[in-house]
Design a protein around this ligand. Sequence first.
Ligand code: SF4
Length: 195
Amino acid sequence: MLRKSVAVMKGLLGMTAPTEVTRGRRFIAVIECVLNQNARDTGAACFPAMNFALLQQCHAHDVGILQMPCPEVTALGFERRRAVGQSLRQALDSEHGRSRCHALAVDTADRIEGYLSQGCELLAVVGGNPRSPGCAIHHGPEGLREESGIFMKALQEELRRRGREVVFQPMRDHDPLLLQEDLARLQDVLVSARK
Ligand code: SF4
């Protein structure tokens, strides 16, 4: 009886027996604020806590999530410290900001490599809104365009330096229609990776 209820509970929690093949070995890398909107600057959060729809999608497709630290917080602190009159973009696109973003990109690429060396597959890097100084994604013919986020550009460069060509896709949650579009695109990536 007890064994049966434990089995039911495991089913409800989506648990399976820990075997060699339990790990799905597929993941995406997301910017910090997708899973924790508290990382955002004052007035920039779109959810009280997280983008739960994205979480549900990944769960439904057995895809894990690597959370990448926020480049703004890393470079400028939670207060986004910068000179009076300096924009966030200018602060992050300074020597100090670019150097912190580069270091973060190297650390992130190292962590990604660790997963890949374990036989995992990285399906996509998920960035942010079109005007995010750190995490915007704007595609051009050669990769991310100049107006993309400083961190996203640094990460693409670092991954390419290691011979990794990865899908970068935005998650534009400042607009519900664009968010739907981006979730649908992510869904396609998750579905096609399963085939
Ligand atoms: S810099 Fe990136 S991770 Fe940080 S709050 Fe902005 S979009 Fe999110």
